[in-house]
Design a protein around this ligand. Structure first.
Ligand code: B12
Length: 341
């Protein structure tokens, strides 16, 4: 049997570390605590996107030196989430017709990159200096060499935005600067989303919006971008969306789930209004599952649940998307029945 029967973590001391400079660089406590995945599960997870993926094609990539799986003491291969991302990237490049030599060259470029925290500081320094051309090229050139989109959003752009918020709070930054840098980030998220979008014309839909009064949209935009890159059909309505427009979108697209974002605590009331308008407006038909993320929702999950919605507390865009996918792909995705809301 090729695969170990259970996932293991890299902190359990039984597993050798992934090789490669970038693999080592990502060997932070957080990274080490992530579960390692046996080969069979890698195939299962990637097969819907890449039907030609098999145990032997993964072993081939390893023989070619493009990936390096860890091993259990019994010799079973184990893959980290970074390995999974690397395999996805290799498959995407293969689909674009790149040769193995070209792929090897691109991966070598990726492996030579500094840690994401340094890249984030670089982006921020350019943005704060008003050098938006260099800030833009810092981000887009990372994408050009195949830096994973989830990490680009979550580990490069997001920490820079959090620092912007702290500087504003400390009085070291004008609101004007906060606004112009967040607009730059918005443009970059949009460009990256378009570059990676694999939005199908058919299939289950997702409708997403920031609730009324909520102008912080960059987090939800990142999530929508990642979902589109993963082949999901996402309709995003924007910041500060009145519940009646969301109801129209739900009637139009008949989504499997609705995503709401609420970052500022006072906007939680709008989550309640929105769920009520959806449930009553769609009755007697059931309402799609409503997932609510953002700082306010994460801090008050019980309130969100009391309105028959599901709070998502993950604040990294990749883990938030994983939580969404679990709900989306669960058989008979939950519906909120009008009688119980
Ligand atoms: C950019 C920004 C703005 C921009 C927003 C522009 C835009 N187009 O989005 C503008 C200038 C409009 C703005 C306005 C304001 N802001 Co402001 N802003 C920020 C800043 C700097 C970054 C926000 C951001 O984009 N973060 C990055 C994203 C990627 O992370 P995120 O929002 O946390 O989202 C993640 C998760 O929450 C989660 N998630 C979010 N939504 C959803 C939805 C679903 C379904 C799921 C599953 C997950 C999920 O996943 C996301 C991805 O990782 C923050 C600082 C900070 N610490 O966040 C302050 C901050 C949020 N702002 C703040 C304040 C006070 C304001 C203003 C009142 C005054 C001001 N500074 O201008 C107004 C209020 C506007 C309003 N009513 O909404 C405070 C909020 C304090 C609080 N919690 O009460 C902060 C924290 C700054 C600070 N340190 O004080 N702001």
């Amino acid at each position: 049997m090729e695969a170990a029967s259970e996932s293991m973590t890299a902190v359990d001391g039984h597993v050798s570390a992934s090789k490669g400079p970038r693999g080592k660089e990502r060997g932070t406590a957080e990274q080490r605590a992530k579960p390692l995945i046996p080969i069979g599960e890698v195939v299962t997870r990637l097969r819907h996107q890449y039907p030609d993926i098999t145990h032997s094609s993964l072993r081939f990539l390893e023989r070619e030196g493009l990936i390096t799986a860890s091993r259990t003491p019994g010799g079973h291969r184990l893959y980290s989430t970074n390995d999974l991302q690397r395999i996805r990237q290799i498959k995407a490049w293969q689909a674009q017709g790149l040769s193995l030599a070209e792929i090897r060259h691109r991966l070598a470029q990726l492996d030579r990159l500094p840690p994401a925290s340094l890249l984030s500081d670089q982006f921020l320094a350019h943005a704060l200096a008003g050098d938006f051309a260099s800030a833009t090229s810092t981000i887009l050139s990372l994408d050009d060499v195949g830096f994973p989109l989830g990490q680009l959003f979550g580990d490069v752009l997001r920490p820079a935005l959090v620092t912007i918020g702290k500087r504003w709070e400390d009085g070291a930054l004008l609101i004007a600067q906060e606004k112009e840098i967040s607009e730059l980030a918005r443009d970059l998220i949009a460009e990256l989303t378009i570059r990676h979008s694999k939005m199908p014309a058919e299939g289950p839909a997702i409708v997403a919006a920031c609730v009324r009064g909520e102008f912080h949209e960059l987090g939800l935009l990142m999530i929508c971008g990642l979902l589109r890159a993963g082949g999901r059909r996402v309709y995003y309505l924007g910041p500060d969306v009145d519940a009646v427009f969301l109801l129209d979108a739900v009637r139009l697209h008949q989504p499997s789930i609705v995503l709401l974002s609420a970052k500022m605590p006072p906007n939680l009331a709008a989550v309640k209004t929105t769920t009520t308008v959806l449930v009553n407006g769609l009755a007697p038909h059931p309402t799609p599952a409503i997932l609510v993320g953002g700082q306010a929702a994460a801090e008050h999950p019980d309130l969100v649940r009391s309105w028959r919605a599901t709070p998502i507390i993950e604040d990294h865009p990749e883990t938030a998307c994983q939580a969404i996918a679990l709900i989306l792909d669960a058989p008979g995705t939950a519906v909120t029945s009008p009688s119980t809301a």
